[in-house]
Design a binder for this molecule. Structure first.
Ligand code: NAP
Length: 281
């Protein structure tokens, strides 16, 4: 993706950038990447996005909306609660009136295509979480980059990588689902690609930003153990054997049919995330 006005990058004023869901893993990565701006990251205690923004939120010039109900299985028990955050919260973030980057998910797709999804493919979510993210997309307003990504992980928060590191240190074997295929995406890479999208003045609309390559959860777990030097086997099981509450797409690989910023291959993202984790220890 080319920058529409490279010169403006050098001379432009620092923007007032608001990050919602400031305590989350993607929010942390975005705060780092947008550090050239005046960034305010608001966590749930500062602004619960189920309600309109309090006056202290002010008038940001760019909103990076990461606040979300991300408990996929929990949303099956409380679909209304998930919608209040993922649809209502997005409505309130869009009401601030600034251009917004609104994050959505590969789980808006049902996986039945059996091949990578591009931006023009029609969503058909299988789960309450997926439906809430899809309806959230419709609440973003006219000036929104709707960024769909997948299988996020980073050095902070709760995610698959951190779970595997913990289990892999304690056990000889871990059972992991081997019949779902997607793109594990490092939040540092997603944040950098989001920055590139905004800086390039890309047209508003849906953008697929996910790691290069694809794999199953079991492949990802094996790579984590290999890369982290953990002596733990992966027992490959089916989605049915794992028995999660929410249905998930079998194939939710995201690719772009547009001139989207390219993210590194998922193995490179994994190495970068482990390096970032090592720095924090
Ligand atoms: N994680 C994934 O695999 C994945 C995949 C594709 C897309 N996405 C999307 O990417 C975005 C960022 O995800 P993430 O992985 O960074 O999630 P995360 O680490 O769970 O962060 C989400 C943040 O939103 C906050 N939040 C929840 N309800 C809120 C509310 N009512 N008001 C304000 N803040 C609230 C959470 O606060 P608490 O800590 O207080 O709950 C949390 O800090 C989300 O839109 C998510 O749907 C995620």
């Amino acid at each position: 993706m080319e920058h529409s006005d490279t010169h403006s990058l050098v001379t432009r004023q620092r923007r007032r950038v608001l990050i919602t869901g400031g305590g989350g893993q993607l929010a942390g990565a975005l705060a780092t990447v947008f550090a050239g701006d005046v960034v305010r990251a608001l966590s749930r205690v500062d602004w619960d996005v189920r309600f309109p923004a309090p006056p202290e939120v002010g008038e940001p010039q760019l909103v990076l909306h990461t606040a979300a109900w991300t408990n996929v299985d929990g949303a099956e028990d409380d679909p209304q609660g998930a919608a209040e955050v993922n649809v209502g919260g997005t409505t309130h973030a869009a009401e601030l009136g600034a251009p917004i980057v609104a994050y959505s998910s590969d789980y808006v797709f049902d996986g039945r295509k059996g091949a990578p999804y591009v931006e023009s493919d029609s969503p058909s979510p299988l789960s309450a979480y997926g439906r809430s993210k899809f309806h959230g997309e419709a609440a973003t307003g006219e000036r929104a980059w709707i960024v769909r990504s997948s299988w996020l992980y980073g050095p902070t928060g709760h995610n698959f990588l951190k779970t595997m590191l913990r289990l892999g240190a304690d056990r000889d074997e871990v059972a992991v689902v081997a019949d779902q295929r997607g793109c594990p995406t490092y939040v540092g890479d997603l944040a950098a690609a989001s920055h590139e999208l905004v800086e390039a003045g890309a047209p508003f609309g849906v953008w697929h930003l996910a790691a290069g390559g694809d794999c199953t959860w079991a492949d990802f777990a094996e790579a984590i153990f290999e890369e982290a030097g953990l002596d733990c086997r992966v027992k490959r099981i089916t989605t049915a054997e794992f028995g999660a509450k929410a249905p998930r797409p079998a194939v939710s690989i995201l690719r772009s049919e547009k001139d989207a910023p390219q993210l590194p291959h998922w193995r490179e993202g994994l190495a970068a995330c482990l390096a970032a984790l090592a720095e924090t220890r």
